[in-house]
Design a protein around this ligand. Structure first.
Ligand code: ACM
Ligand code: ZN
Length: 663
């Protein structure tokens, strides 16, 4: 009650201080404001100016950051570390007064968190990468803040669908903005091996990194025929690791074994069991497992770990251990003999293998993290960290056994799950809306906060489409905002109505400003767009395929984003759709949207997107149009055309929406 009242006073009573996500431990408003102008510089009380430079860059301060000297005149932003020994690690204080902003961290991590709090206090208009402001104001405030859990993680699967280094760095920014500090980078799986290794170049050069076309891994929806994928060069990995470090994020690379190993087994089939069952005939085959007996396998793992440890200095290494298929071990004479000798079953064999791999890591001075199944079959070295994902019981079990535990039960933390019954996403973990995430309590009943190391959200990408980058934003936001509050803010801060109001009023506009898409409460995806810029000139839509009576072409030009046109059959190569303006339209951008608005299915692509300025001649805008494309016209637009390529989308229909046109 008291907390709710305090929050209401802070967030609703006075409009001056914007609501923060995650909510700080304590915040006191003070009269007045700091007026930022071009004379404001960033200073730091320590020799390393990289964080000062980072903040300066985010605020478009062009003057170089400087080392603080006492007695300075004028307005300033001052950064300090190694302050407040009374605060927990990563704690910070932020004091905004009319002539200065002081962000002081208990440690460097605390300073990074404080800087991101400050970035939430500035008007959202300041946040876009291309914004430029000479002046803005920040309300005077005093904040004392620190995290509930030391480990605030996000697990990102780049194996099933590849996201390039730039995309990962974008995610790191999003994480830091919400005070997350661990990226669990799922680099290897059945569908791909994404990390370049000097000694094993075939892993990335030969097929393991691509999906679609003739690659061993098919696309999820449709016969789109587009080959896509990729891997990170060592240079890129180092760049990502370095950027993460700047943002107080430690990367935990995952080399998933002994299951989830089809990609590596395609390149090195000799890692598989002797006489193991042939499971390839089953088609989409995930039943690949490293033989637990072959000594050569352990030599190979050592060499792979050598290179991974080199790329991720000091990091904890995740060695998987989830969903190990038992069939091959059960039929392998060597694995069977070992299990008999040790008196263990396949679960025990998984634990035994993980213990050997853990020993390799400990010899290198590294910690090992594993999925919870790896501790099902016996005792794993007590220093291991357990990522408990299967359910809340797995969290409780790992805690009870005394492991350092990450709570990430799929029923609350898996953002590949759908957010309401009618929309896209998986459902085996349940339907997970933002409120469900917000109200999740990660600490098992009967324990205190110290029982777990922290909490992790996860995004698995087997259903992420090559043309569905926006879908990742849609699945992550605002659920990740809610989980961030569970990770950071005191357990007593859990008034959903208050959070929901704070989110809509203050935080979603920040996401838009940062170019982050999100799921609105009505399920419509909001693309970042300046409010009020949309125009709706008259046009008609036609195509080579008839539409259903219920969803005619006119639905894609009626000014409503809720209605759509739907064809009576699948679009095939050569089919076309055309948008013809009544009068050529002058505008800055036109976005063509196809497929369900919340579901990347029934898209028009693969297609060629063309524009015609004169109504007769066409210019290509995008020759690999998937579900959407944006045109930035040079002059008034007369027509836009989509021509389907290849086999089409392989689904029953195509769906077209109203054009999004900005003045
Ligand atoms: C997992 O979801 N297999 C960790
Ligand atoms: Zn074997």
């Amino acid at each position: 009650m008291i907390v709710a009242t305090l929050l209401a006073a802070v967030y609703c009573g006075r409009a001056a201080v914007p609501g923060l996500v995650p909510a700080p431990v304590s915040m006191r408003e003070m009269p007045g404001e700091f007026v930022f102008d071009s004379g404001v510089g960033v200073f730091c009380e320590y020799h390393d100016t990289e964080l000062a430079d980072y903040l300066a860059r985010r605020l478009y301060i062009t003057a170089p950051s400087e080392i603080w000297s006492y007695g300075r005149q004028g307005k300033y932003i001052r950064l300090a570390v190694d302050k407040h020994p009374d605060l927990p690690e990563e704690g910070y204080r932020l004091l905004v007064s009319s002539d200065s902003v002081v962000v002081s961290g208990r440690d460097r991590g605390g300073l990074v968190c404080g800087i991101h709090t400050f970035l939430q206090l500035v008007p959202p208009d300041i946040l876009p990468a291309d914004a430029y402001f000479d002046t803005f104001t920040v309300p005077c405030v005093e904040i004392t803040d620190y995290p509930r859990f030391p480990y605030r993680g996000f697990s990102f699967d780049v194996a099933r669908t590849f996201t390039d280094a730039r995309g990962v760095m974008r995610l790191l920014e999003q994480m830091a903005f919400h005070k997350l500090n661990r990226l669990h980078w799922h680099l290897t799986d059945d569908e791909g091996w994404r990390i370049e290794l000097d000694e094993f170049p075939e892993l990335t050069s030969k097929g393991a990194a691509y999906r679609g076309d003739t690659s061993p891994v098919r696309n999820i929806y449709g016969e789109w025929g587009r080959k896509y994928g990729g891997f990170y060069t060592k240079e890129e990995i180092r760049e990502v690791v370095s950027y993460a470090r700047l943002l107080n994020i430690e990367i935990i690379p995952e080399f998933d074994l002994p299951g989830h190993s089809r990609a590596i087994a395609r390149i090195y089939p000799e890692i598989l069991c002797r006489g193991g069952v042939d499971t390839t005939a089953a088609g989409y085959d995930m039943r690949k497992v490293w033989c637990a007996v072959k000594e050569e396998n352990y030599d190979l793992i050592e060499k792979i770990l050598d290179e991974i440890c080199d790329l991720f200095p000091q990091a904890m290494i995740h060695t998987g251990g989830d969903e190990v298929p038992p069939e091959q071990w059960e039929t392998c004479p060597d694995c069977r003999a070992l299990m008999e000798r040790e008196g263990i079953d396949t679960k025990g064999l998984n634990t035994l293998l993980q213990n050997r791999v853990g020993e390799m890591l400990r010899r290198r001075g590294r910690s090992q993290a594993v999925w919870n199944e790896a501790v099902d079959g016996g005792f794993l070295d007590g220093s291991a960290v357990v990522s408990a994902w299967e359910n809340e019981n797995a969290v409780a079990e790992a805690v009870k056994k005394g492991y350092r535990t990450i709570a990430m039960p799929s029923q609350f933390c898996y953002f590949d799950m759908k957010q309401s019954a009618g929309e896209y996403g998986l459902a085996w973990g349940g339907i997970i809306d933002t409120r469900r995430v917000y109200e999740y309590e990660p600490v098992p009943m009967g324990y205190g906060d110290d029982a777990i190391l922290g909490v992790e959200g996860a995004f698995w990408t087997e259903t992420l489409l090559w043309n569905g980058r926006w879908w990742m934003d849609y699945q992550l936001f605002p659920r990740l905002c809610a989980l961030a509050e569970r990770m950071w803010s005191p357990a007593t801060f859990r008034d959903w109505t208050e959070f929901d109001g704070r989110l809509s009023k203050y935080h979603l506009p920040r996401l838009s400003a940062l170019g982050i898409g999100y799921r609105g409460s009505d399920g419509i995806k909001y693309l970042p767009s300046a409010p009020g810029n949309r125009i709706k000139p008259a046009y008609t839509v036609s195509g080579s395929i008839p539409c259903t009576a219920k969803n005619p072409y006119s639905n894609a030009s009626d000014g409503s984003d809720k209605t759509f046109a739907r064809t009576v059959r699948t679009p095939l190569g050569g089919d076309w759709f055309e948008y013809t303006f009544d009068k050529p339209v002058e505008c800055t951008s036109i976005t063509v949207k196809t497929g369900y608005s919340a579901i990347p299915r029934f898209v028009v692509g693969p297609a060629v997107l063309e524009v015609s300025y004169d109504g007769e001649n066409y210019q290509t805008v995008d020759d690999n149009f998937g579900y959407t494309g944006t045109l930035f016209p040079e002059k008034a637009v007369h027509k836009i055309r989509l021509t389907v390529k290849g086999f089409g989308n392989g689904e029953e229909a195509a769906i077209l929406h109203d054009l999004m046109i900005e003045r």
